[in-house]
Design a protein around this ligand. Sequence first.
Ligand code: NAD
Length: 476
Amino acid sequence: MKVFNAVEATAAEAAAKAAAARRAAAVWRRTTVAQRVQVLRALWKALAARREEIRAVVHEETGKPLIEVDLMELGPAALLVGWMTSAAHRVLGDKAASKPWSLFNKRAYERRVPRGVIGLITPWNMPFLIPFGDAFAAMLAGNAVLLKPSEWTTKTALWLENAVAATALLPEGLLSVVSGGAAAGEAVLDASDMIVFTGSMKTGRSVAVRAAGQLKPVILELGGKHPMIVLADAALERASSAAVWGACSNAGQVCVGVERVFVEAPVYDRFIELLRPKVAALRQSLDGKRADVGRLVFPPLLDRIQEQLDDARKKGARVIGGEVLDRDNLLMAPALVLDARMDMRVMSEESFGPVIPVMKVSRAEEAVGLSNAGPEGLAASVWTTDLARGERLAAALEVGLVGVNEPSSHYAYGALPFGGMKQSGMGRRHGEEGLLAFTQAQSVLVHEWPAGVSDLWWFPYNERKAGFLRRLMGLP
Ligand code: NAD
């Protein structure tokens, strides 16, 4: 049986890490963007050279097939590093501000100032990619990082902390791990200047409340319920393969993964005919080799998914697969839930497992309405050969991440802001917005010349001066 593997940091340990992070932040904030780009590129090179160790520790903690460690953790990390380091100068460098001609003797520009210590509170589904990617962005922007990993994937985070320290490239304590559960998360929140929380809506809400009490900025990256909307004119081969991959990659434990499929009535039967053999062909193993689908990571998930499947069965759905294959090792067969309806839990609650509920709809617009009616707004996709219609429907979906004939690969596109609308989150990681979020604007005005003369609008006031200034400012 999988066990809780975190060693709970004591309050004194958390305080010592926070103090070290603050000392490191004071040193690091004095570096230039160019220096940080150079050091952090070298850091990634050193970490990537040890990728066999990353594959091993991530597989040990999550059971994901080794190929998925490459495709879903290391590959996107490499792409993010590439985009972030090439965009850093443009995004984080000083920016001259335009000014009225009448202020011709002054200079105005915007500086981006690091926030200080960034607290990252992360989940267990992508134990390397999420902490590493956000830590990289935060450090690139000039901050130190206190990382509170999921208690279910602490080893991966500790590997990262040790591997970073072993490079000796960064000030001591710039990236450190405070391990444990909720108490450690709260300690990190209290010690940080800004929090990026990735996890469930429930915990996200309590993190937001605590952060609000301390007036600290918080980015929330929460759960979703990706609706995949398949139109009658869709390329069904690609769409059915995407449904299987979108719902079952990482054993379905992907926040943007396909959680439900709405299919227009004329192609519903054909779509299912294509789907069934593709689900049946999925290979499973615990050793990470020759496998498509691994095990679940979080023990309570197995029962929660089984309850959702029971509920669907009771309400008249046809459930194919979904058996518990190895309870001790959290291995379940992927499940197809046919003839699903909105009153089934599997259509409205996040499953976060290898489950594909399929529901017939009369028109795509009906599916858009059903999707928008829920509290989630993370990811969605539309499948059609009419790209213009697909993009119109995509625009009507209230989600932060949308695909047309694309399931869920936004995370790897560093230039694209990543995050949810409605209760799926607040703020964005990635993109210019994601890098800027780790800084604050400092607006700088420099009076260049003449050195010893007062500005016209200073005391003393008089009517002649006022008339001239009014004309200068374009007032009638
Ligand atoms: P979770 O909310 O249970 O835990 C997330 C983190 O919060 C963990 O590190 C946990 O220890 C910590 N935590 C728990 N209580 C806390 C508290 N009171 N104060 C501070 N920290 C606390 O989530 P999970 O089960 O680890 O992750 C799965 C969820 O994450 C799913 O809902 C999934 O959709 C979501 N997720 C979202 C994204 C995204 O980018 N939007 C990405 C991955 C996962």
